[in-house]
Design a protein around this ligand. Sequence first.
Ligand code: GLY
Length: 557
Amino acid sequence: MRKNLLVCLVIILNFLSCESNKPPIKAAVVSARIEASKIGIGILEKGGNAFDAMIATDLALAVCYPNAGNIGGGGFLVYRKSDGSVGSLDYREKAPLASYKDMYLDSDGNVIEGKSTIGGMAIGVPGTVAGLYEVHNKLGTLPWEELVQPAIDLATNGYIVTINQANSFSSKRNDFVNINGEETLFAKEFKPGDTVINIQLANTLKEIQKNGKSGFYNGIVAENLVSEVQKAGGIITMQDLDNYKPIWRNPIEFSYKNLKITSMGPPSSGGICLAQMMKMIEPYDISQYSHNSLESIQLMTEAERRTYADRSEYLGDSDFYPVPVSTLIDSTYLLKRMKDFNWEKATLSTNISAGPNLWNESDETTHYSIVDQYGNAVAVTTTLNASYGSKVYVENGGYFLNNEMDDFVSKPGVPNMFGLTGSIANSIEPEKRMLSSMTPTIIEKDNNLFMILGTPGGSTIITSVFQTILNAYEFNMDIQESVNASRFHHQWLPDLIVLEPDKFDSELINKLISKGYFIDEKASRIIGRVDAILVNKDGVITTGADPRGDDAAAVLR
Ligand code: GLY
């Protein structure tokens, strides 16, 4: 026994001394797949910057992580350059020109189940390729061709199926076959260790490599996309594709103690909601309570409840609806919102209602974080919405199309796939962007780069980012511990605290119940999959890749 302990101690000391003998990390990429992280680092090794690495990482995810990595979806970039300037790019999908407010309702005014989530009508006009090309033109340094090539190689040579991925393919195989037929690539029963080669996708990427944005939005790739969408009953046209433009937007910037936090603004709710939650708890000095204690869960839950109530009422695409951004993140307003918070009793959300299949799409969306050797930081969250989006697969193109239209409000008060409700602010209009929860976030501490983070998880994205920041900043965890720590989530309606199963003890749960909280430990397998980077005050870079998935960091030393 003693000998075993000694051996373990020697191994640990060895490991630690090897780590400390290594040169310091100069740059890092953390993403959902090691292949994509390594491809990003490969670009940095060639002298590229974080924006170049973003493009290569993103396209690699489109190949080897097809449930969420995409060219058939959209996303958001938040960046901070080495000179401290910040910005954001919205390349969110948008509603087709032929869309209209009640397009998911039957003649009695009821929501037609599945119409906004599966098949052709669920698909929004994709934004990813336009977004990446825009980043290249404005902020990149290496030639476009070099950034696309690694993804072409990955699609041509193939990637290895992980256990998680085999389970993910298998859980959706019936949908793939029902929608795309027996011959579709992902009708095959891939097992862990199998190699997926996708020549159609390699060919699509070659068009994009040769022709940039128009390689996707015009010509043969676009024609294939439109034909597949229309075959699946959808309404996207060549004109929709030709019209698509990404938009540079002012990010949401706010302070929390000595942090300056930059996150995504509308059409994402992420930045505003994160600001609301953080500002609501700021006066309480949460560090005096321990992590996931009764008090910290109560305080954060009550901030989350009030935030998601505002989200439902006020948030949508600010190009179409006057979102009251400055009021929503105003400290005085947020202090008032917490006036009725009571440590003794939960504040009840009114009109409790549960969405169907709540949180069963836990591996949709993906996030990656990058810091380069020059000090530029990039946080990107990108999505098809559900896993494999609408499940409509462009056969000649080798990729899935999103079902982002479900992020609109089909009918006020009726919950979407994530149980989220909304108002006219997020109703469907041609060319409008659907409201998102994606929260790519970059944080400065005392004016220096401190954290880069984000996560998938639908409505749980914002609360996962919220918790991870507090874990690192208030509860003094290192970045990996901050990412690993158990999570909970509340979103106003349904009036439930959702807990990751078997992670919270029954005594704590009983205390919450005695204060009037409703608990659900079963709705979710996991909450979020955070990929984060932390830079300490001495400039030391550490990474946190979420063990809930196959997420992995690659670094440059
Ligand atoms: N489709 C998930 C989101 O954008 O929030």
